[in-house]
Design a protein around this ligand. Structure first.
Ligand code: FES
Ligand SMILES: [Fe+2]
Length: 438
């Protein structure tokens, strides 16, 4: 055990036994724990950085983060994806200030050292001037490369450590199935991110968002106002609604369908079959649904067009028609970026309807996302009361099934998914810094 670990006592932060699963409030609030998370989680495991629809052409780039570490993601002339540190090798300035764009070269704003699409250093102004760099100058190769970059069906992940399982192994099971089912909603089998992402910051720990995106328990409570509006005015969202259901009782019933799934590497998945497949074949988009039935068969279609959400450990989520990244900034400060997407090959009006529906709940003036963010801040405020330490994450623990795959299946509002997250968190946080983590 390293002295750092014993000082923090990772094992003491989670109390697990038969029927018991509790997490110390300190795990969300302590600066030393936050710093250790950066080292042992965000630099050691796969982190989602981009979707391929953001980087279609050579020269397309975006900036992203591995935890607190800024990186640039590019599509090179060789069509390969490159990820490197957004930190100039000269004196450390962030080389790229934009969130996304297309470039041939990145020129540092400070002294104009330049780097190509692979991060290679290609120019130093005044390099050979009399007062420049001498003959023995050890010129750096370029921006620090992130060694592992892999993609699963267009979802691009990077890992700062070489010592990590292949991405396909990492996502195997529920996480890959969720991605497959989301893509199966698109007749073309692909999605395209659309519009500018919606970016917000909340005053709470990043793990509140990880837990919440698959929290089947909170919806009818945290989003009470939305539920009562929906009950009052009915479902006016057509065939593509987020949170469909024209009265509270029906919404509650629908939310009790399906299951949650906890995966090996800490992913939590929440899947509900659509309650009324038949109605889709007589609605406005019958042709689209017939097309999907042709592609996937009726049994699978129930799940494909049902509601699915997932927390891909540690900070990537998929819910409804959006991808979501939550970026840790400090123990009590988190940035959330929401990317709505279109289903390639679906009718344009269907995609428009999905976007409107998304805005209604998740947009800056939407009914729902603001409720969650307020609760995250309240979570953080409440944790200041250290007289009561333990957070209870035991819901549904007595009603779980271990599947042959090793994944754990729980009831829809069970905290099975949260326990998976925390077990993985404990595993990574307890490992020696130089050790093997997966
Ligand atoms: S810090 Fe980048 S060129 Fe000087
Ligand atoms: Fe919510």
């Amino acid at each position: 055990m390293s002295p750092y670990q014993s000082a923090i006592g990772i094992q003491d932060l989670i109390r697990e036994g038969p029927g018991t699963f509790r997490v110390s409030g300190r795990a969300y609030a302590d600066q030393a724990i936050f710093d250790l998370e950066q080292e042992r989680i965000f630099l050691k495991t796969w982190i989602y950085v981009a979707h391929e629809s953001e980087l279609r052409e050579p020269g397309d780039f975006k900036t992203a983060h591995l935890g607190t570490q800024p990186v640039i993601v590019t599509r090179g002339d060789d069509m390969r994806i490159h990820v490197f540190a957004n930190r100039c090798v000269h004196r450390g300035a962030a080389v790229c200030r934009e969130r996304s764009g297309n470039a041939r070269v990145f020129v540092c704003p400070y002294h104009s050292w330049s780097f190509d699409l692979t991060g290679r250093l290609t120019g130093i102004p005044g390099r050979d001037d009399a007062g420049g760099y001498g003959p023995d100058f050890e010129q750096p190769e370029g921006l620090a490369r992130i060694p592992r970059v892999e993609s699963y069906r267009g979802f691009i992940f990077a890992c700062a450590s070489d010592d990590v399982v292949p991405l396909e192994t990492y996502l195997a099971g529920g996480a890959a199935q969720l991605i497959d089912r989301k893509l199966a909603q698109a007749p073309a089998g692909t999605i395209s991110l659309r519009g500018a992402p919606f970016i917000g910051v909340y005053q709470g720990n990043w793990k509140f968002q990880a837990e919440n995106i698959v929290d089947g328990y909170h919806f009818m409570h945290t989003h009470r106002a939305f539920v009562s509006l929906q009950s009052k005015y009915g479902d006016s969202t057509g065939d593509f609604g987020v949170h469909k259901g024209d009265n509270a009782a029906k919404m509650r019933r629908n939310r009790m369908l399906g299951n949650v799934l906890a995966s090996r590497y800490g992913h939590g998945i929440n899947q509900k079959p659509t309650p009324d497949l038949e109605s889709l074949f007589i609605g406005n988009y019958a042709a689209y649904y017939f097309q999907l039935r042709e592609l996937h068969g009726e049994d699978e279609l129930k799940w494909v067009v049902g509601a699915g959400a997932g927390c891909i450990f540690p900070n990537f989520g998929i819910i409804h028609n959006q991808l979501r990244v939550w970026r840790p900034i400090g123990p009590d400060l988190t940035e959330v970026t929401i990317y709505p997407y279109s289903l390639d090959g679906a009718p344009d009006s269907f995609n428009e309807g999905m976007l409107r529906s998304h805005e209604r709940f998740y947009g800056p003036a939407g009914y729902g996302a603001t409720d969650d963010v307020e609760v995250f801040a309240l979570n953080q405020q409440g944790l200041a009361a250290t007289l009561s330490d333990w957070i209870i994450l035991e819901r549904g623990m007595h009603a779980e099934t271990v599947l042959p795959s090793g994944e754990i299946e729980g009831r829809p509002s069970s905290e099975t998914v949260h326990r998976a997250f925390w077990r993985r968190w404990r595993e990574l946080m307890s490992a020696e810094p130089e050790g093997s983590h997966v």
